[in-house]
Design a protein around this ligand. Structure first.
Ligand SMILES: C[S@@+](CC[C@H](N)C(=O)[O-])C[C@H]1O[C@@H](n2cnc3c(N)ncnc32)[C@H](O)[C@@H]1O
Length: 462
């Protein structure tokens, strides 16, 4: 069984050959450069070409990477921050106006005190012009079982998200998912985007386990989890964009970017890390992404099914909410039932079947319009046409437009439950049953009939 490794929290001393003193390579894309990130301007072009930087710098003195050019180890804390400020300042210049920067970092215990490294770094980066937008908690789920007096077991790190400009790339729909929803989505479809649930600010992603790459080499690194990098790449870039990691290490960022058809630039001091990237990391991530894309079809189908269900649930709930809100503000409307007909994905015709004692529908319409313009109904995203109908004075029948066929099959819903129909009827039978009710409610429960047939349970999609 493999043990769990915490990225960047190992006091491992490495023996390194003088491999970082090689001449500066020619600037180019899709390259893992060997060099000092402080000299980034000598390594890569200085015009803005980077879309996203995803990185995890050394955590000050926690780990000796064995190079005299390394930042962090054996440096005074302030000098270390100066170096990072310089590096990320230079990255700002080569980042496009729509670009962003994501840094994984953690607090550091030093001489019995907690150093707020992520927050000190954020302040330095704000000074050089980066705008801090969000801090995400990366819950590593399982980690080393050690705790110390005054410091509990560490299971999370911080992900800092900065942008260069106000209009940064941010494709939230890429991260929405319809998995692991609480059953609320059935009763409150208006609160769930048909595209799925937006991710929260806590990301639970296990750290790469020793052996998870098939070999023990991962022990010598503190690789970022593939899933964490994948999320950020999808959220912030499109195909062909450029991802940078100035502290590339095992090269997970570069490999994941390439596997998602982005271009990449990496920098690190050690050639052996680059070899690992080329020999192990890149091929593994490529294979993984290939098998991911095979299961993508299934995910896509589920997403579409979820979206269609959310729209249908919103449509069956809408008339019930309309009547509920009317009752709340103006008292119970004299109405024997509601017939709703869904036309297309987001359009709904609602026929309110009024009692005979309404003389005019003018005031009712004004009130309904007011309710429909305000939340929560304005948030349903539906185009709703309301038709208050009065029964004919003599025949006591409702006259419908010709397009409504009397044999159309309808599902019946109660005013309490609009996600599981209680029975079936037809337009003709429904109207007949309302004739018996004659403008008054049976058991205070409004009858709703719809051409949407639902029997939704939590398991309906998953
Ligand atoms: C926390 S690790 C990054 C791990 C990487 N995110 C991954 O997924 O494998 C920090 C890396 O910074 C590199 N490093 C330290 N000082 C550097 C410098 N001055 N220039 C470039 N890389 C440096 C180290 O060699 C190490 O690989």
């Amino acid at each position: 069984m493999g043990s769990f490794l915490s990225p960047c929290i190992q006091h491992t001393t490495m023996i390194v050959l003088a491999e970082y003193d090689e001449p500066v390579p020619r600037p180019m894309l899709n390259t893992y450069h060997i060099g000092d990130a402080r000299k980034i301007h000598k390594l890569i072009p200085s015009q803005p070409f980077v879309d996203v930087t995803i990185t995890s710098p050394p955590y000050w003195n926690l780990k000796d990477y064995g190079s005299k050019s390394q930042v962090g180890y054996a440096q005074p804390y302030e000098k270390f921050l100066d170096d990072l400020e310089k590096i990320f300042g230079a990255i700002l210049h080569i980042t496009k106006n729509t670009g962003s920067l994501w840094i994984v970092a953690d607090t550091i215990k030093h001489d019995g005190e907690l150093i707020l490294f992520p927050f000190d770094l954020a302040q330095r980066l704000k000074n050089v012009g980066w705008s801090l937008h969000d801090i995400i908690i990366w819950n590593k789920d399982k980690t080393l079982p050690w705790s110390h007096r005054g410091k509990l077991r560490n299971i999370f790190e911080y992900i800092l998200f900065f942008s260069k400009g106000k209009k940064f790339q941010y494709y939230l729909s890429e991260l929405r998912e319809s998995k692991d929803l609480k059953e609320w989505w059935i009763r409150y479809p208006e609160r769930y985007s048909p595209e799925g649930k937006a991710p929260s600010r806590t990301w639970t992603i296990p750290i790469p386990r020793q052996g998870s790459w098939g070999e023990n080499w991962v022990r010598h690194f503190c690789p970022l989890p593939i899933e964490l990098v994948r999320r950020i790449v999808l959220l912030t870039t499109k195909q062909g964009d450029v991802a940078l990691d100035p502290f590339a290490g095992s090269g997970v960022v570069l490999a994941q970017a390439a596997a998602l058809k982005r271009r990449f630039v990496g920098i690190d001091l050690r050639r052996s890390y680059r070899r690992m990237f080329e020999d192990k990391v890149r091929p593994s991530i490529e294979r993984l992404e290939e098998s991911n894309s095979k299961s993508l079809g299934k995910d896509e189908k589920q997403k579409r099914k979820f979206a269609s269900l959310i729209w249908r649930l919103r449509k069956t709930k809408y008339p019930r909410e309309l009547v509920r809100l009317y009752e709340k503000y103006y008292g119970i409307p004299k109405m024997s039932g509601v017939l709703e007909l869904s036309i297309g994905l987001k359009t709904l015709n609602v026929y309110l079947l009024l009692g005979k004692n309404y003389k005019s529908t003018k005031r009712l319409k004004t009130r309904l319009r007011k309710i429909m313009r305000r939340p929560p109904l304005s948030k349903y995203g539906l185009k709703v046409n309301i038709f208050p109908l009065l029964p004919n004075r003599h025949s006591k029948k409702f006259s419908f437009p010709k397009c409504i066929k009397s044999r159309t099959r309808l599902a019946l819903y109660s005013s309490r439950n609009t996600h599981q129909s209680t029975g079936q009827t037809t337009v003709r039978a429904f109207l007949k049953s309302l004739g018996e009710v004659n403008g008054h409610r049976r058991n205070k429960s409004l009858l709703i009939a719809s051409n949407i047939h639902l029997k939704v349970t939590k398991e309906s999609v998953f």
